[in-house]
Structures are given as C-alpha cells and as structure tokens.
Design a binder for this molecule. Structure first.
Ligand code: NDP
Length: 282
C-alpha cells in the first residue's frame, strides 16, 4: 500500500519550475509574472491566494495581487481583466472564484485572454482539452494526473472512474484520462449504484465535496485512489479537521495507492499553477 505523497511531488515540481525560471532570468529574460485577482473577503479564497503568492515567491515567479471590494461592479472587474490582458508584463491571469453575485463568473472568465488563462477555465482552453489539443489544463486535474502517473507508468486500458462532473475538476479530469487511453466513466449525483461503479475501477478520482462518501469496502483491491475532496468536519470533541471524499482509514486497507487529505492533491494544484504560468511566459 502506497500513500501518495502530494507534498513531496509538489515540492519536486516547484523545484523544476524554479530552476527553469532561474535559467530564464540568467539568460537575460524577465521572470514570469502572474496577476492574482481576489474579490471580496471570503476566508477560504484568502488562504488559497496566500498559498499561490507564496508558491510564486518560492519559484521566482513575480506575483501581482489585485484586491477588489466585495461590492465591486462587474464592469470594474472586467476593466481590470482587460488591462491585465493588454499588459505585456503580465503572463498569467487568475481570478479567484467564487465571485460575489453581481459578478458573473462565466463572463469574467471569458474576458481573460486564453493565452493568459493559467487556470484553464476559458472555453477556448476547455474546448482544446476536449479536442485533445494543447492548451492550458485546469491545475487540479493536471495535478491529479501527475500523481497518477507517479504510480502508473501507463494508464492505457485502465478502468477509471471520475466521481463529479464539475467544469474545474471532474470534466477536465475525465478528458485527461481519455487522453491517456483509459476507459473512463463519469459518475455524478444522478448515477445509479455508485458502490458498483467504484468496485469496477482500477483508478478512482473522487471530486464530490461530500465527507468520506466513498467507503473502503466499495474499492477494488489494489485500486489507485485520488481524493480531491476538501471537507471541513467537526469531530465528536468539537474540533475541526479536514477530510476528503474518501474514507481514508478504510481505503488504506484495500487500495493499492491513495492520496491523503490534506497533503495529497491540494499542494499539486498550486505547483501546476506555477508550471502553467511558466508556460504562459513562453
Ligand atoms: P462541485 O460541487 O462543483 O461538483 C461536485 C460534483 O459531485 C457534481 O458533479 C455532483 O453531481 C457530484 N455529486 C454530488 N453528490 C454526489 C453523490 N452523492 N454521488 C455522486 N456524485 C455526487 O465540486 P468541485 O468539483 O468544485 O469540487 C469537488 C471537491 O473537490 C470539493 O470538496 C472541493 O473543495 C474540492 N476541491 C479541491 C481542490 C484541490 O486543490 N484539492 C480544487 C478544487 C476542488 P451533479 O453534477 O449531478 O450535481
């Protein structure tokens, strides 16, 4: 049984990015630059943005933070995105989601230049991924695929189950697995008999947002499990802790390899953002 060390894999990827950034700068080119736009004061978003800024500092990527009030008009946010699109010193643009209700996330994402869309959420990049063409891939599924490839040199023919069909995790994850020639099933809230679907899978990627939904007894012995879920739960003693979408303690008894929460997919997501930003700089 392998506990997949996402922290170590992410540190390795950040070191690779840092070396490439240092080589660019030594060659007389400027450091890649990532503009991070944070709207409002959602505490979780604040933590994510802080971690992204920290990873930029570690890899030598210049981060430019833009903070807008929770009441900002959509037009003002769109104007900022346009200015960042036009700024030749900005390579990547990330608008932290969720946005307050007066700002339409689809409209804002569509306003980002696809060549600077390091989150890979723009329809052009989503379409390119669906077509199997190169483009920016959303960071969380990209990180999951890296972790999977650390376990399986070849995913061709593997039975893969992706639980969740969101545009930021489930759908792009399924597209990446199809690209690796896995046999892919996507489950969602309307799927029948989730335990049976899980029981068939050599690879399970859980991106649901339901604490410990996937039980160890559902898993095929030896399966590889990637747990994307981040759920805050309160224990019987009143203390808060983070758990995934998979019952980890049960899964380690059955799976061949499993990611922990925290310390699995989360750190890889941010490392992949650094990699995308380096690529955006060309
Ligand atoms: P969404 O809420 O957008 O999507 C959840 C998906 O799960 C939906 O497709 C939904 O189905 C499906 N679902 C809900 N209940 C069930 C069920 N009982 N059985 C099967 N499928 C179900 O979530 P996200 O994709 O944005 O995120 C999923 C989880 O991953 C969350 O815990 C989130 O915090 C975490 N996350 C972690 C990241 C990281 O870096 N580690 C990054 C992004 C997310 P339907 O479509 O039918 O409603």
């Amino acid at each position: 049984m392998q506990i997949i060390d996402g922290k170590a894999a992410a540190a390795l990827l950040r070191a690779e990015v840092a070396a490439a950034v240092a080589a660019r700068v030594a060659g007389g080119r400027r450091a890649p630059a990532l503009a991070v736009v944070l709207v409002g004061d959602d505490p979780a978003s604040g933590v994510y943005v802080r971690n992204k800024v920290k990873a930029c500092a570690e890899t030598g990527i210049r981060s430019i933070e833009h903070r807008l009030g929770a009441g900002v008009a959509e037009a003002e946010l769109l104007a900022l995105v346009e200015a960042l699109n036009a700024d030749a010193d900005v390579d990547g643009i990330l608008v932290q989601l969720p946005l307050p209700p007066q700002c339409d996330a689809t409209r804002v994402i569509e306003a980002i230049d696809p060549a600077k869309d390091v989150d890979g959420f723009h329809p052009v990049n989503a379409g390119r991924l669906a077509l199997g063409l190169p483009g920016f891939v959303p960071c969380t599924p990209a990180g999951c695929l890296r972790l999977l490839k650390g376990v399986h040199a070849d995913l061709a023919g593997a039975e893969a189950l992706v639980i969740g069909r969101s545009t930021i995790v489930g759908r792009p994850m399924a597209a990446l697995l199809v690209g690796e020639s896995a046999t892919v099933t996507i489950a969602h809230s309307r799927s029948r008999d989730l335990p049976a679907l899980v029981g068939r899978a050599d690879i399970v990627v859980a991106a649901v947002g339901r604490p410990e939904l996937v039980r160890g007894s559902w898993l095929k012995p030896g399966a590889t499990v990637i747990d994307v879920g981040i759920n805050r739960v309160t224990g019987p003693d009143g203390s808060a802790r983070l758990v995934g979408d998979v019952a980890f303690v049960e899964a380690v008894e059955v799976a061949g390899a499993v990611t922990p929460v925290p310390g699995g997919v989360g750190p890889m997501t941010i490392a992949c953002l650094m990699e995308n930003t380096l690529r955006a700089a060309g």
